[in-house]
Design a protein around this ligand. Structure first.
Ligand code: MN
Length: 329
């Protein structure tokens, strides 16, 4: 029996599921969670997604108020917890007053992050999958007698379109297109997803990004570029930190660039987001050396007790260290 069949058998042992995902949920996190909740509730189970913070507006096309709770008070009794798209228990956005170790019920962990810590009782980890939504698409498709509705297909499609940057990132492969094809045949609304993810930028965000673009710094002959994102500029344009997802892709689109970075202020230090355009320069190594993690070409870290200036100095050294051939020329 393969691991998908094994996991679906396990899921079938329970009736009531609480679904959780990582903090600052992205499109894959929100899409996977709502798809799982929709799929389970439409197939005779009871399931709710716990999102302590409201997710970014561009995911509202798949939001269903009936499937989302903010606190455990709204869904006090459940038999199992499904953790989606989170590499570790520390990254989970759990409801207030609940820590992972306190969860006394069966836990499931479905994810594609290569450094996933296998923190749950039942783990379905597929690092070759481009998105957690892709793993769910395979899982749901092989559950015989279960239906995948157009709404669920749309939520999964949003997850894969989001994690692959609209089928442009290097995780876009034949399996992802096969998954997209399956979802479109099931009635996923691709136009609605594209419009919402890529063609609905609010004016204040566009002006924020314009100002940030004028502040991009670059070094190593343009191979490394980054921006510091001061809170003042976020406030000035009314942009929330969690909504700053596309700026790093804008930096990444620079000609000749290998590594892009964003540095944000955190209450106790800084948060760094990293992207690489070249597998020879895996940013996951840099992120891990700074106490963070992620995918080879998309990673991040939270460094406590340092300033913006110190962070960019450390980062530049780390980037230089993985591009040794540049030092010689
Ligand atoms: Mn993901």
């Amino acid at each position: 029996m393969d691991e998908y069949a094994k996991l679906s058998g396990k899921i079938g042992e329970f009736r009531k599921f609480l679904i959780v995902t990582h903090v600052n949920p992205d499109g894959d996190a929100v899409g996977s969670s709502l798809a799982a909740a929709g799929f389970l509730s439409q197939n005779g189970f009871s399931a709710k997604v716990c999102l302590p913070e409201p997710p970014p507006k561009r995911y509202s096309i798949i939001s269903d108020g009936k499937l989302i709770v903010k606190t455990l008070g709204e869904f006090p009794y459940f038999e199992a917890v499904l953790c989606l798209d989170s590499g570790s228990e520390a990254r989970l956005a759990l409801p207030a007053n609940l820590s992972f170790s306190q969860i006394g019920v069966c836990t499931f962990n479905i994810d594609h992050h290569p450094d996933n810590t296998r923190f749950a009782k039942e783990n379905l980890l597929v690092p070759t999958a481009s998105a957690t939504a892709q793993i769910l698409c395979s899982l749901f498709s092989q559950m015989k007698g279960f239906k995948i509705s157009p709404q669920v297909a749309t939520a999964l499609y949003l997850g894969i379109a989001s994690d692959s940057g609209g089928f442009r990132f290097d995780n876009t492969d034949a399996k992802l297109f096969a998954c997209a094809s399956t979802l479109l045949e099931l009635g996923a609304d691709a136009k609605k997803v594209s419009d919402s993810l890529f063609f609905s930028v609010p004016l204040n965000y566009m002006k924020f990004e314009a100002e940030m673009i004028s502040m991009i710094r670059s070094d190593l002959d343009g191979r490394f570029a980054w921006a510091l994102v001061p809170d003042e500029i976020l406030w000035k344009h009314g942009v929330a930190r969690k909504d700053v997802e596309t700026l790093i892709d804008t930096i990444k689109s620079l000609d000749g660039l290998k590594i892009a970075a964003l540095i944000f202020k955190a209450p106790d230090g800084v948060k760094i987001s990293l992207r690489s355009k070249d597998p020879r320069y895996p940013v996951a190594d840099i992120a891990r050396s700074l106490g963070g993690g992620g995918h080879e070409l998309a990673a991040g870290a939270h460094i406590v007790g340092i300033s913006f200036d110190e962070a960019q100095k450390i980062l530049l050294e780390k980037v230089k260290a993985i591009m040794p051939e540049l030092e010689k020329t």
